[in-house]
Design a protein around this ligand. Structure first.
Ligand code: HEC
Ligand code: HEC
Ligand code: HEC
Ligand code: HEC
Ligand code: HEC
Length: 237
């Protein structure tokens, strides 16, 4: 969050100096007819635009590597085929923990054989089901290993909707490209799409502050020591 602020002060400081530049250049021009002030401004503008392009366009391209999911998967199509909604595939185990990403066991009832003529289904059945290999799905919401998160507490106990934290993936017709931060190995969904850190929807990013922001809001209502922001051990075990 501090980056954009620094940038604005930098920009406004620079505009001040530009204004100073302009008025002094103008002064010289009127007095002695020296035109070099115009070049200074021109070079400043070229440099300024170049650094904006590097910061906002080139830098994110270099920082994130793009990976396609191993198989194209269509949520909308499957929601019509299954009988139990999201829980047909994203199941809570008997011990109450969340299985998260589905395994082939959730698919084989329908995909023991190829049934349609979709190349993605063919690949899934031939490369994975027939060879008894699990699909190495890439997880957009993956948190670093030091973070403890429980779907049971949020979905079962607090009754929260998937969309609050994940966005409308459950209704999508295709999986988006997975972007991995080359430095940290984090998914881009943790730190957010917007390079300036602007957040419009609750699912735009899921950093420590985003977890804490909701916990603070909810803590009053539910008065739980579990969600006390100071209690680091709640989320770091
Ligand atoms: C209740 C039955 C059912 C289950 C369970 C099911 N599918 Fe499907 N799946 C379908 C049907 C029906 C189609 C459409 C087949 C066609 O006509 O192409 C389909 C199509 C697909 C396709 C092709 C999609 C496309 O965009 O064309 C893929 C890939 C796929 N399924 C993967 C999976 C995976 C992975 C799982 C388990 C996590 C799974 N399916 C579970 C019924 C099911
Ligand atoms: C037929 C099986 C199936 C059903 C039904 C299903 N999903 Fe999925 N879901 C998958 C598969 C396969 C993936 C791919 C794994 C991935 O993207 O990491 C996935 C991925 C996701 C992800 C991405 C997790 C991440 O961070 O990578 C979310 C969120 C999700 N599903 C939500 C839902 C919701 C909400 C519903 C119900 C409206 C639903 N799903 C129904 C099979 C299913
Ligand atoms: C309070 C926010 C929140 C809600 C609500 C939520 N999730 Fe998640 N989900 C997360 C976080 C955070 C992770 C990453 C957990 C990790 O990496 O330890 C995650 C991970 C996942 C994954 C990948 C699982 C894995 O183990 O790798 C799937 C699939 C998923 N969620 C589906 C769902 C579905 C379906 C629902 C609705 C029933 C849902 N989530 C509700 C925050 C949430
Ligand atoms: C949109 C709101 C919201 C977001 C976002 C959210 N949480 Fe929560 N969290 C809750 C609520 C509500 C509870 C349940 C409070 C209670 O009744 O104890 C909870 C409980 C917990 C608990 C206690 C679980 C237990 O065993 O009792 C942990 C740990 C936790 N959250 C971790 C996280 C982490 C890590 C993130 C971010 C990746 C996160 N939460 C994001 C609302 C949220
Ligand atoms: C509500 C859940 C929650 C609580 C409470 C919490 N954290 Fe975190 N913390 C996270 C999540 C999620 C991340 C990973 C995302 C990120 O880097 O912002 C994280 C990341 C971190 C990291 C960076 C680790 C890395 O590998 O990048 C440090 C250090 C950290 N937390 C320290 C603390 C301390 C100290 C406290 C207590 C004052 C605390 N956290 C309380 C959720 C929490």
């Amino acid at each position: 969050m501090s980056k954009p602020d620094d940038k604005t002060t930098e920009i406004s400081a620079d505009t001040d100096s530009i204004e100073a530049e302009v008025s002094s250049a103008g002064g010289i021009e009127n007095g002695q007819g020296d035109g070099s002030g115009g070049f200074v401004i021109l070079f400043f503008i070229i440099g300024f635009v170049a650094s904006l392009i590097i910061g906002w366009v080139v830098f994110p391209k270099l920082l994130y590597s793009q990976k396609a999911q191993p198989i194209g998967f269509n949520h909308a199509l499957h929601l019509e085929a299954v009988s139990d909604g999201c829980e047909s595939c994203h199941i809570f185990r008997d011990d109450g923990t969340y299985a998260g990403v589905p395994t082939n066991a959730q698919c084989v009832d329908c995909h023991q054989e190829v049934q349609g003529d979709s190349p993605e289904e063919k690949k899934f059945v031939e490369e994975y089901v027939a060879k008894d290999r699990e699909v190495p799905w890439l997880v957009y919401s993956k948190q670093p290993d030091c973070v403890f998160f429980s779907h049971t507490a949020h979905v079962k106990k607090a009754g929260m909707e998937c969309v609050t934290c994940h966005g409308p993936i459950g209704e999508s017709t295709s999986l988006k490209v997975y972007e991995e931060n080359r430095l940290t190995g984090y998914s881009r969904d943790i730190w957010g799409k917007n390079i300036a850190g602007i957040k419009r929807e609750t699912w735009d990013r899921m950093k420590m502050d985003d977890c804490a922001e909701c916990h603070e809001k909810e803590a009053g209502k539910r008065s739980s020591v579990q969600t006390d922001k100071e209690a680091c051990f709640v989320c770091h075990k």
